[in-house]
Design a binder for this molecule. Sequence first.
Ligand SMILES: [Zn+2]
Length: 376
Amino acid sequence: MTGRQLAQILSLLAPFAVSPLAAAAQSPVTRVPSANDIAANQATLDRLWRLESPASSARRMPKLLVYYDLEGMSRVTTLAEATWESGSVANERGRAAATRDVLAVFAGLRSAGIDSVGIVDYHGGDDGRDVVMSALPKGTYRIPRNTVDTLPRGAYDGVLFVGMHTGPNGGGFLAHTMSVSVDVRLNGRSVNESECEAARWGRIGVPVLFVSGDDRLEMELRGSMPWIEFVTVKHARGFASVDTLPLADVERALSDAARRAVERRARARVPRVITPLHVAVRTFGPGALGERLAGLPGLTVVGTETRFTSADISTAVPAVESIAGLATQRFIQRAMSRAASDSAVRAAMDRALVQMNHDYAATMDAAVTTPSPTQR
Ligand SMILES: [Zn+2]
């Protein structure tokens, strides 16, 4: 592929790759859950995980991690602010907003005596660009998102999630799980990203201590993770619409809750998913995959839903992320078929899609539990 063709593809992809959420904003797929929906989902919690005590640690100074996402930051009120379009005015506003909330949390941790904290960029890029790193205190270090799957038991004493959002059924601002057009169920229960990450950390006995986000996320987590310190930073009015709260009050609440989260960490619980883990991923809307995944070994495709069984959460999540990535890819493909009339661009795009499918198949092979002949 020539440099010019590549540049053409990248320029066509840019508005989509940076913002798969844009499609959902145009055709909102979220709805506000009824009391019945919430009760029904709650009833499935026992099948999802059981709660345990945190892995005990002999550390005098707790070792903590702060995750951040953009959609649930107090000052993020538009889709454009939560995209990854580096350098755009809106994205700069989003970065500044994220930095403010993260700094408020850091202030609370400092008042609890914590001066060194790890940070995880959970907003797509996983490269730290969504906060102003130079504004964070000395002693802050960054770790890649997927490190959790390789850490030993008790590697940290707690994790704090700043700026999170609901899953696709939660009715929150910019609601989604991992990608637009995807609903993820673990052992039958629809999970949001906070629950999914809590399960990943739960595998190694590390509790989630704190979450911030909109009022809809608070509703989702109140049932599933009642021990967390939750800070409601804004009120969702729909997928693309939100009301802010008095910002000084919100910052104070973030600091206070972060300090309390550390002080009360012994009361936290650790969710351990029940294994083998039954995973179902439904795709819908602009990224709907239909029957595309049928025929891969270990996968059952029922309508718009793909199901598989995984030995544990650490292998399941990369596979779910692969399917979410395919949904995003499908969405981009649909957009591309409208946008690209240049046949060279189309051909290069097709080659890239073949490679992405190949990568996907490799991840699935590693994740799916296939019974050995002797077990049958
Ligand atoms: Zn997110």
